[in-house]
Design a protein. Structure first.
Length: 332
């Protein structure tokens, strides 16, 4: 089916949003997602990226409308003090297929689909498109914009608010605003070059699956992964028995729920150390004989701690730098 035909007959209930990495705020100057029937603006105010690369921000136009077949945007990268422009076709057939395929909702146990199209802007002009829905986020495509200079004639026609983006002191104040770039993050990045290309390395995927070891006949009941590439995946008790190996990016965070043999419920959150986890995956898969691996979450006898290890065949790498918090539920 051609893009034009797909876009003409299929409409879904979705909203738009933008994303950026923490410490690298952006503002859309003009443009947005386009279809044959109109456009959806991405002019949504300054985005801080505080929640992480790929996470959703604000939106202005939720509703039933055609899926986009083009992205045409000019945006400002504050950290680079640079404007970028992208004008590119989108694979509307792929977007349509993903919306149509949907996924299993963990609460209703029924098929649902995506609700948000996320457009992410990273340093270097990198643009990534994701589809987001409750419990699921998938990457659609990666693009790259080009640096652009807005003419003085165009700037002169703008109102006072729009002109702020072209005020050097205002742009500097954004990077110094601790509500936009927290002091801790600003200090961590101080005197360091912008890591151009980093967000492309996040897109590297490995063939692996999560595995859960709960003692004394206990069982895992849910887990929720957020990966470094911005994708998200939720697993529930209905799917644990059939978790498949698959191409997944390196995990950034994971929430886990389980019950012990008495039915007592527990929950835990895992924050991975990015450098340690990346090194472990690279080290393991450097051996070309390794075709798949398991990321194992091993709960101790007293349900008070979790050991995380990456395993392939006879080799195990314990991830010791993970930050883990565990709580005991008041309900069984």
């Amino acid at each position: 089916m051609s893009q034009n035909v797909t876009n003409a007959i299929e409409e879904y209930d979705w909203q738009e949003t933008i994303s950026c990495p923490p410490g690298y705020p952006v503002d859309v100057y003009e443009g947005g997602l386009e279809s044959d029937k109109g456009s959806t603006s991405l002019y949504l105010g300054t985005h801080t990226g505080a929640s992480g690369w790929g996470h959703t921000g604000g939106s202005m136009s939720s509703g039933i409308k055609p899926l986009p077949n083009r992205l045409d945007v000019v945006w400002l990268s504050y950290a680079e003090d640079t404007f970028y422009h992208i004008d590119t076709k989108l694979d509307v057939d792929k977007i349509h297929s993903l919306f149509e395929e949907g996924y299993l909702d963990s609460f209703t146990k029924k098929k649902t689909t995506y609700t948000t199209i996320v457009v992410g802007f990273a340093p270097g002009g990198v643009v990534v498109i994701w589809l987001f829905g409750s419990g699921k986020q998938v990457e659609v495509s990666r693009h790259e914009g080009k640096k652009i200079v807005i003419s003085e004639q165009e700037i002169a026609k703008l109102d006072s608010h729009e002109k702020l983006l072209f005020n050097a002191e205002y742009r500097k104040s954004i990077m110094l605003n601790e509500k936009i770039v927290p002091l801790e993050l600003r200090e961590a990045n101080k005197n360091k070059p912008i890591p151009f290309g980093l967000w492309d390395t996040y897109r590297k995927k490995y063939n692996w699956k999560p595995s859960y070891s709960i003692p004394n006949g206990g069982e895992a009941i849910n887990s929720y992964f957020i990966f470094v590439n911005g994708e998200q995946e939720e697993l529930t008790d209905e799917t644990f028995e059939n978790i498949d190996f698959g191409l997944r990016a390196i995990p950034r965070t994971m929430n886990l729920g389980w019950r012990d043999f008495t039915g007592q419920r527990y929950g835990g959150s895992v924050i991975f150390n990015e450098q340690e986890t990346t090194k472990a995956y690279q080290s393991l898969y450097k051996n070309t004989a390794v075709k798949s691996a398991e990321l194992i979450f091993k709960v101790n006898e007293s349900n008070t701690s979790v050991v995380v290890l990456l395993k392939a065949e006879e080799r195990e790498i314990v991830l010791r730098e993970t930050k883990i918090e565990i709580f005991k539920s008041s309900k069984k």
